[in-house]
Design a protein around this ligand. Structure first.
Ligand SMILES: NC(=O)c1ccc[n+]([C@@H]2O[C@H](COP(=O)([O-])OP(=O)(O)OC[C@H]3O[C@@H](n4cnc5c(N)ncnc54)[C@H](OP(=O)(O)O)[C@@H]3O)[C@@H](O)[C@H]2O)c1
Length: 326
């Protein structure tokens, strides 16, 4: 085998960026296939979920809390097939079909690429049904939603009244579906264009423009038992709507801590991810098809996410590969 071929074998096609900026800084080309440390696996990426955190990391907004090593491949959500396992990694075998949440200590080797290396504890078997893209759109949103509900005291258990902010978004939709499956009454904020859609999911929609607290109060004069916030800027008013002893969790707004609530930042947690998959496999939560972009359309997908009004999830079809930039 020639030296040039040997070098190509260690490389993959990927989207990457070499400095902070908007979706226009994204490039396409060869990057090294990541190494696979003990306890990790190498996943051949079939599809990658697109999340707000991807463009927030790319534009440097999260630089104060997470180091980026350039060139950085974006992407924290993946569905794919295990290509190789590291030393002493008995949990998985080559050929296993998995989903994973790919946050690591530094931002560098993400999922907008043909291969990604991940710790075994970031993964779970993929849902039995649904496309690769739908599977890839599940981990981050599903885990965030389930964890927020549970921390707010609105997991499976006694019926509660739950207020979900940004209920039509990727995380919010999963929260609405899971909360209704748990038997809770769900009030969800969204723009009027999404109200019919939320009603179909079993939620009572509330327009977030203007005096939304008064609308929630009208629906639930006795207050709500739990609030999960996936948009920010709503903590103070939400606190006032909570019944005594109710749970308040935000995945966005640090102010929540000053109001006696919990700020939730998702960690790798294979057991939590497996429970999310179980909700789907059991039929409790329907797995909707996301809006699908080719890997080459990653910048457009990030732009659509950044616009802030996506209904549900966005995902990249990676298995087809991408032509490198000239
Ligand atoms: N801390 C963590 O670990 C964590 C994890 C996941 C996500 N997050 C954060 O959670 C947020 C939501 O994530 P996502 O993936 O669900 O985003 P997303 O899918 O892009 O959310 C878009 C949705 O937000 C809704 N929205 C926009 N402004 C709103 C407002 N003022 N009130 C209510 N809804 C509003 C939109 O509804 P309309 O179209 O009807 O306006 C749209 O459906 C992001 O900021 C993300 O970074 C944090």
């Amino acid at each position: 085998m020639g030296a040039a071929n040997a070098k190509r074998m260690n490389h993959m096609n990927a989207a990457y960026y070499t400095g902070f900026g908007g979706p226009e800084v994204l490039r396409f080309g060869e990057q090294p296939v990541p190494k696979v440390p003990p306890g990790w696996v190498l996943v051949r990426v079939m599809a990658a979920g697109v999340n707000p955190v991807d463009w927030k990391l790319m534009d440097g907004s999260l630089d104060a809390i997470l180091d980026t090593v350039f060139p950085a491949v974006p992407g924290w959500d993946v569905a794919g097939v295990i290509e190789r396992v590291g030393l002493d990694t008995p949990e998985f075998s080559p050929g296993d079909e998995v989903v994973g949440y790919a946050r690591k200590e530094v931002v560098r080797g993400g999922t907008f690429a043909e291969y990604v290396a991940l710790p075994a504890e970031s993964l779970a078997p993929r849902p039995r049904e649904g496309s690769w893209e739908a599977a890839a759109a599940l981990p981050l949103a599903g885990m965030t939603a389930l964890r927020a509900l549970e921390r707010a005291g609105a997991g499976a258990g006694e019926p509660r009244t739950v207020l979900v902010h940004a209920a039509a978004g990727g995380v919010g939709q999963f929260a609405v579906k899971a909360a209704t499956a748990f038997g809770h009454r769900v009030i969800g904020t969204a723009s009027p264009a999404n109200h019919g859609f939320l009603a179909e999911l079993g939620a009572e929609p509330v327009d977030y423009h203007g005096d939304w607290p008064a609308r929630v109060r009208e629906l639930a004069p006795e207050g709500v038992d739990a609030v999960v916030d996936f948009v920010g800027g709503v903590v103070r008013d939400s606190r006032a709507l909570l019944r005594e002893g109710g749970g308040l969790v935000s995945s966005v707004d640090p102010v929540v801590v000053k109001r006696g609530g919990t700020l939730s930042w998702l960690r790798a947690d294979g057991a939590l991810l497996a429970r999310v998959v179980e909700l789907v496999d059991s039929g409790a939560v329907a797995l909707d098809e996301p809006a699908v972009y080719p890997l080459a359309g990653a910048a457009a997908a990030l732009e659509a996410s950044r616009a802030g009004h996506a209904r549900g999830k966005l995902a990249l079809r990676v298995a087809e590969g991408v032509t490198p930039d000239p």
